[in-house]
Design a binder for this molecule. Structure first.
Ligand code: F6R
Length: 364
């Protein structure tokens, strides 16, 4: 039931603050993540991990890409990420002590499941981060962490993605204890996660300005999404959402790659969406935005603070509330979901059931 919402996708976008709380439910005690939440063998497995290999498809793959930044930056654990359809068909080298993490909303994605089955005998253990209890991936993995996002009806994934990000951060914390992450750091991150419902509610309050921004896209045929660091996968995810539901051709790029090709595409008909939180990459990102402006490109920026980036001719800025660096990928996802939603509504497409797509891809 869509209730007061016009589409399931919008309802699911708005469920995210509650979903953030549901992922944490029963998994935290005294400011720390409970290892038992991952299964009975969790402690034994976590003690032996030397690296992480993430495998997933589509939006779930983007969540995996964010996690790579977290695993390597926060706890110094090598982390590789690959789309399942590539991983399963090449000769992969699995090193000793590899935890295979599969990410999947449905738990039934054919390529992801096949990837798990293919390397089962070579890995230390498998962990499924999944939204459907009892699904194939959950049943066939050694450990699991349910994302508890509730049924996702809209074909374009929204709450499943952000709940995967929270679950991945919990995973990073329990493994991180063995790799130099202090109890204090863990407590701080848990507090940040506990504040997410409140924070994400204030982000959803930006719906009106985002909707106004969407009008600039309805007549466009292409769009570019830029981000740096852990926000690069968020740019990819923003582009995927836009193409899926509005059928506008969109590409996500790491902002630093702009001059290595995509800048050639930039003109007044190519809107450039940028996720620009107030972090140490902001100055570099601003230089990239200048390059776009100099070519007459129109900028649509989600920024961390009004002081650092202001709306001006050719640049619309929506400022988001401040948040800690680790929360940025989660927080900045929401306005991009709203943007693609409003563009699709303006274009009159079937938001919940985009053409040619299925909710669960059980054949390769
Ligand atoms: C995009 C989308 C797809 C899925 C992908 C994987 O909005 O929904 O890209 O993310 O098909 O599905 P799961 O997560 O069920 O394995």
């Amino acid at each position: 039931d869509k209730g007061e919402f016009k589409h399931f996708m919008l309802k699911e976008i708005y469920e995210q603050p509650d979903v953030m709380a549901q992922v944490l439910e029963g998994r935290i005690a005294n400011g720390h993540v409970l290892e038992q939440a991952f299964g009975v063998d969790a402690k034994h497995v976590f003690d032996q991990i030397k690296q992480v290999q993430i495998v997933a498809c589509g939006t779930s793959y983007h969540a995996g890409m964010v996690a790579k930044y977290w695993f390597e930056e926060l706890i110094g654990l090598p982390c590789m990420v690959e789309v399942a359809s590539e991983f399963r068909y090449r000769s992969v080298v699995i090193r000793e002590g590899t935890l295979l993490i599969t990410l999947s909303q449905s738990g039934e994605t054919a390529d992801t499941l096949a990837a798990l089955r293919d390397v089962k005998s070579q890995i230390l253990a498998s962990l499924s981060i999944c939204n459907v209890p009892g699904s194939s991936l959950v049943r066939e993995s050694n450990l699991c962490l349910m994302t508890n996002a509730g049924p996702e009806i809209g074909v374009a994934s929204t709450k499943a993605f952000t709940s995967q990000l929270v679950a991945l951060l919990l995973t990073c914390l329990v493994i991180g204890r063995r790799h130099g992450l202090s109890s204090e750091q863990e407590k701080q991150i848990v507090t940040d996660l506990q504040n997410l419902p409140t924070l994400t509610r204030t982000i959803l309050d930006l719906d009106e300005p985002v909707k106004a921004m969407a009008e600039a896209f309805a007549e466009k045929h292409h769009a570019l999404f830029l981000g740096r660091g852990a926000l690069y996968p968020i740019a990819l995810e923003g582009a995927l959402k836009l193409k899926e539901i509005s059928y506008i051709h969109a590409e996500g790029y790491p902002a630093g790659e702009l001059k290595h090709g995509p800048l050639a595409l930039v003109d007044k008909d190519m809107p450039v969406v940028t996720v620009a939180p107030n972090n140490e990459m902001l100055d570099k990102l601003k230089a990239n935005l200048q390059e776009v402006r100099a070519r007459g490109g129109e900028l649509f920026v989600f920024a961390g603070c009004e002081q650092t980036l202001k709306s001006e001719e050719g640049m619309q800025v929506i400022a988001l509330p401040a948040c800690s660096k680790l929360m940025e990928p989660i927080v900045y996802t929401l306005p991009l979901q709203l943007l693609s939603y409003h563009v699709a509504v303006l274009k009159g497409t079937d938001v919940d059931q985009p053409r040619n797509l299925a909710k669960s891809v059980t054949v390769e």
